[in-house]
Write a protein of this length. Structure first.
Length: 606
RNA sequence: GCCACUGUAGCUCAACGGUAGAGCAAUCGCUUCGUAAGCGAUAGGUUAUGGGUUCGAUUCCCAUCAGUGGCUCCA
């Protein structure tokens, strides 16, 4: 995603090193096959490295990767210069006569139309080649002066993957090799170390270790089962949502998981969203669908009685359970699942109220981000694309342009930084998504704020305005806390399992030093439970050290070690999960400390 | 869905043609200990599932299922 990268990346030496490494890799791969057998496509630098896509007569293996990497080092050692040559299209096509993908690219350039990803270009570019040693590639550069400028001890081939030509699943599938390249071996080591560290906080690993969720083959892929610890976190998130939504004037509703097909025809889901829906079940000739979104039911609640402008805005909230049939390869731990519970709400408002309502949702994001200390994110404003009208998007260009301008104005007036991305909207309107990254660097949408000018019309929603006329409301779909699945997946990684006290499944563990203090430990446990603290006394026969270790591994924020001394003073030897200690803390003092941290949803332990 | 890889006890891994083994967790004893692993014993597996090759399959082959890395797609 281009907006992730600094504009300047393309001007850096690292960019040229990676781009050149891609060419060197392509040479090494070409040498493994008879002339004309291997087809080259594109090989750009990306964040942290580069890739190159090939169409090859056989599949590459991990052993090939080692051989390719070895050959790359040999090529690098020869210090082959990179030479640029500008040619006309005719000559270019001659040179790449046996490279159909290159011919396609040259034709794109010739027509002045398209770059290597098939994206339109502003002006007709020149056609240039870069050659080094035996390898020549259609390429606009830039490169390093010669292959020796690539540090042979700072490169590594990372993985083999499939990728569609021009990212189109209807086009041939290519083999992609990902590589990384740095200036120094130390930078490479740091990068690899960073990847290792990221794996440790992967929610799939931590979610298992912390007993938050599980999957069962018998239940099905993408259908997570929340363990008690996960259930606790869900309860806390819902309590937070209830509080905040009450303060922002929302009302809570409840709707079924299942509806007749007609409702989804009317909403537009069946024409535009059918691919992502579970197939219907047939009841006496009537088809019922499990809901992929809650909106149609909320619309019917709005429509349950006549509405006046005085009632507006109406804000209906529900932690609704939805089911979406995501393709099998798209599933990803908790972050991408087939059953999910959304922090959903629909705001019905007039056009005049739109900006206030839309910005109030953005303000709600900010409130949440502050609570969770979320700092790294991007607001992405997704708009329609003209040629998707009637296919991906409801066919009403006038309303698309109008509502997009309303959102743009609202964001600008509110001074909210955002990037605008065409052709990413929901089928019913433009949206502003909050993009974040998983521990392993995968980007995904956390929260969303969407405009809908389509469903209110198809549902015949209306209210009486002050002039006594019927007016169609706008609908805002919003999910600041995402879904439980994605939010908790994200939070596990965000906190690396060290949840703030209010979210921690177990908030305090009491550890008696010998069983002589068991009774005292149980006393403290019930004192804490009485004020709503999730506490547990560990009365096992392990030594204290082992009990501490067990509590540490579960990231319990507070460990209360109690021996004879503590019993005498009515105190606890407080140990925090960061290893620090506050011995001799009076029990009452600890109780009020933990109560305060929970009540204020503090990120601090002390 | 597509391409590649992987699938052994709850977890992390070993054995890789001669009918499975360790550590941790669990259970039961012993231990009663001052801030990240005390000691011992017991139990736990039709080696994802279903076929095939073989005298013999966890190991080789095929299919299915699931997971992983990507692509596509998304809260």
């Amino acid at each position: 995603m281009s907006y992730q990268q600094q504009e300047k990346y393309e001007d850096t030496e690292l960019y040229r090193i990676r781009h050149s490494a891609a060419h060197v890799m392509a040479q090494a791969v070409m040498e493994m096959f008879e002339p004309g057998e291997a087809k080259i496509t594109i090989g750009p630098p990306i964040e942290n490295g580069y890739y190159y896509d090939f169409d090859l007569p056989r599949n590459l293996t991990p052993e090939d990767l080692k051989a390719i990497e070895k050959r790359m080092r040999q090529i690098i050692a020869k210090h082959h210069p990179f030479e640029k040559k500008v040619v006309n299209a005719e000559r270019a096509k001659e040179m790449f006569a046996d490279q159909p993908y290159k011919i396609e690219l040259i034709e794109g350039l010739e027509e002045g139309g398209f770059d290597e990803y098939g994206e339109p270009l502003e002006e007709k570019p020149e056609i240039s080649f870069y050659s080094h040693d035996t390898f020549t590639d259609l390429c606009r550069g830039p490169h390093v002066e010669h292959t020796g400028k690539i540090n042979p001890s700072a490169i590594k081939l990372m993985s083999i993957a499939g990728a569609y030509w021009r990212g189109d699943e209807n086009k041939p599938q290519l083999q992609r090799i990902y590589g990384t390249a740095w200036k120094t071996s130390q930078e490479l080591e740091e990068y690899l170390h960073m990847l290792e560290e990221a794996k440790k906080r992967d929610h799939r690993k931590l979610g298992k270790e912390l007993d938050i969720y599980t999957f069962s083959d018998e239940v099905g892929p993408g259908l997570p089962l929340w363990l008690p610890n996960g259930g606790t976190i869900i309860e806390e998130l819902e309590d937070l949502a209830k509080e905040v939504e009450l303060a922002h004037g929302y009302e809570r509703v409840r709707t079924p998981h299942l509806t007749k097909e007609d409702l989804f025809h009317r909403s537009g889901h069946l024409p535009y969203y059918a691919e992502s829906m579970y197939p219907p079940m047939d009841m006496d000739g009537v088809k019922y669908y499990v809901k992929p979104m809650n909106c149609p039911m909320h619309h019917k609640i709005f429509d349950a009685r006549p509405r006046s402008y005085r009632d507006l805005p109406i804000r209906l909230a529900e932690y609704g359970t939805c089911y979406r049939f995501e393709k099998s390869g798209e599933l990803f731990g908790l972050m991408r699942v087939r059953s999910m519970q959304m922090n959903d709400a629909h705001i019905y408002c007039s056009e005049d109220d739109f900006e206030t309502e839309f910005m109030d949702v953005i303000a709600m994001y900010m409130e949440y981000f502050e609570i969770f200390d979320i700092e790294k994110y991007i607001m992405r404003f997704s708009t329609h694309a003209k040629d998707g009208l009637g296919k991906k998007y409801v066919d009403n260009e006038r309303l698309w342009l109008k509502t997009e301008e309303m959102v743009r104005q609202a964001m600008q007036n509110g001074n909210v930084p955002y990037v605008e991305v065409p052709d990413e909207a929901a089928f019913y309107g433009p949206k502003v998504d909050v993009q974040v990254w998983s521990a392993i660097g995968r980007e995904f949408t956390l929260a969303t704020n969407q405009v809908d000018f389509s469903q209110p019309v198809s549902f015949d929603l209306s209210f009486k305005n002050s002039a006594g006329e019927n007016e169609t409301p706008l609908v805002i779909h919003r999910a600041p806390l995402s879904t439980h699945e994605r939010m908790i997946g994200f939070l596990i990684e965000h906190y690396a399992g060290k949840f703030p006290v209010w979210l921690a499944p177990e908030q305090a563990r009491i550890i008696p030093i010998t069983d002589g203090q068991n009774e005292y430990a149980l006393d403290i446990e019930s004192k804490l439970k009485a004020v709503g603290v999730r506490a547990k006394a560990d009365l096992g026969s392990d030594r204290m050290n082992a009990k501490i270790r067990a509590a540490q591994k579960m990231q319990v924020p507070y460990m209360l070690v109690v021996g004879n001394q503590e019993v005498e003073n009515q105190s606890v030897a407080l140990r925090l999960r960061d290893g620090s200690r506050k011995d001799g803390t009076p029990v009452d003092e600890f109780v009020s400390l933990v109560e305060d941290k929970i009540a204020t949803r503090s990120s601090e332990l002390l």
